[in-house]
Write a protein that binds this ligand. Structure first.
Ligand code: PMP
Length: 431
């Protein structure tokens, strides 16, 4: 009998029958409030009627209009629509299928545009699972252990993780920028450095917003040294953080922007955007792929952008995110095992910390598992697997956030006190 490979690690035992909005309906007959959204993908909620309709329509016209053979309308339309939301100057778009592929495309472009080999990443960053993307990922050794050698030319600098260091944000930012300058003097010379690659908020690395001053410090250094600032908006983009792009919480504008996940509500498509003159430095045919920019995905992408605009979902993310964070702080007050609550918009994390200050992955894992039993789907993240992350759909209502908080609190209450000290931690599944 054939079975699914155990290389896939399941975060919940739920088998889905169907889903709508913020809700997943299991084959077990139960209804689950979904605060995972397919790891931040189903931005407009599950099966939004306008996205379903756009995809249905497109399936009947053409499914696979291979984009280096023939061009198709949905991709041209999506490109035009992205122009309305992309930062000024990022006027050229290349499409792929997944976040990892787009990350690789961005790195390839940065290397070709600068003629330099090295990429600087920031500790705790997650950029994907293909070998090159895993080489750029420092959100946990589980993403890169056991299949070396990794891609060369990657150097890691400190991330201003204030809570971990026990400092205030300004001190952490100053430290991390100093370390970056030191790296540029000791390991990768600016003239060998093609790119700084960073998420606007660490995703799999622990749901940590990148302090605006840090992004701005990277921008200054990138300008000074001719280095490309590449911002990975795969998880934080498309309204997730309460702004359309996560980097818009700062004054820094990227040279290359990477998007995927929420851009098409669940259909696989990813993209990088950069100025035309940057793209022109890569030769035609240097990027491509059989499935990139799929017609059905592109049509779903256009519908997603319509829904995000027409339903005011960026603003809903901001307002519901504030409600969620305020509620999480209440839960934290009652359960001191929650050491930190943080996030932007509908990208919120709660970090579990033992009394001695060490990461408490056992409790985080037990809480994440317990939420399923209480009808709430959640995930963990963080290098130690001690952060429970909450990623509701951007269409989530006030009542659903309140219900999610109630269910989360019930799950925490059912676990705290019941976790044996030193119980083995199960690493986060991550993606
Ligand atoms: N970058 C970020 C910031 C991500 O969160 C992810 C996925 N979690 C990726 C890249 C990789 O995307 P994919 O899994 O689609 O390859």
């Amino acid at each position: 009998m054939t079975s699914l490979s155990p290389v896939l690690k399941q975060a919940t035992p739920v088998v889905v029958d169907h889903a709508l909005g913020s809700w997943i309906f299991g084959t077990d007959g139960r209804e689950y409030l979904d605060f995972t959204t397919g790891i931040g993908v189903t931005s407009t909620g599950h099966c939004h009627p306008r996205v379903v309709e756009a995809a249905r329509e497109q399936v009947g016209r053409i499914i696979h209009a291979q984009y280096t053979t023939v061009m198709h309308r949905p991709l041209l339309e999506l490109t035009g629509r992205l122009g309305e939301v992309l930062p000024a100057g990022l006027d050229s778009v290349f499409y792929a299928n997944s976040g990892s592929e787009a990350v690789e495309a961005a790195v390839r472009l940065a290397r070709m545009a600068t003629g330099r080999p090295n990429v600087v990443v920031f500790q705790g960053g997650f950029h994907g699972r293909t070998v090159a993307a895993a080489s750029l990922t420092t959100a946990g050794t589980r993403f890169s252990a056991g299949f070396a050698p990794l891609m060369a030319g990657v150097h890691m600098s400190a991330f201003p993780y204030a809570y971990r260091y026990g400092w205030d944000e300004a001190t952490a930012v100053e430290f991390a920028l100093r370390e970056l300058d030191y790296l540029l003097r000791t390991r990768t010379a600016p003239e060998d450095t093609a790119a700084f690659l960073i998420e606007p908020a660490l995703g799999d690395g622990g749901y940590l917003p990148t302090p605006p001053a840090f992004l701005e410090g990277l921008r200054e250094r990138a300008d000074h040294h001719g280095i490309q600032l590449v911002v990975d908006e795969v998880q934080a983009g498309v309204g997730r953080t309460g702004r359309f792009w996560g980097h818009q919480h700062s004054a820094a504008v990227p040279d290359i922007l990477i998007t995927a996940k929420g851009i098409a509500s669940g259909f696989p498509i990813s993209a990088i955007a950069a100025p035309t003159e940057t793209m022109a430095k890569a030769w035609p045919g240097s990027q491509g792929g059989t499935y990139g920019g799929n017609a059905v995905s592109a049509a779903a992408g256009v519908a997603t952008l319509d829904v995000v605009r027409d339903e005011g979902l960026v603003e809903n993310s901001r307002v519901r995110g504030e409600q969620l964070q305020a509620g999480l702080r209440e839960v934290q007050r009652r359960f001191p095992v929650i050491g930190d609550v943080r996030g932007l918009g509908l990208m919120q994390g709660i970090e579990f910390t033992a009394a001695d200050g060490t990461p408490d992955a056992a409790t985080a894992t037990a809480v994440q598992q317990a939420t399923t039993g209480h009808g709430l789907l959640t995930l963990t993240c963080g290098p130690s697997g001690n952060v429970v992350r909450l990623i509701p759909a951007l269409v989530v209502t006030e009542g659903e956030i309140a219900l999610g908080l109630e269910r989360l609190e019930a799950a925490v209450a059912s676990v705290v006190g019941a976790v044996p000290a030193g119980a083995a931690a199960v690493p986060a599944a991550g993606a």
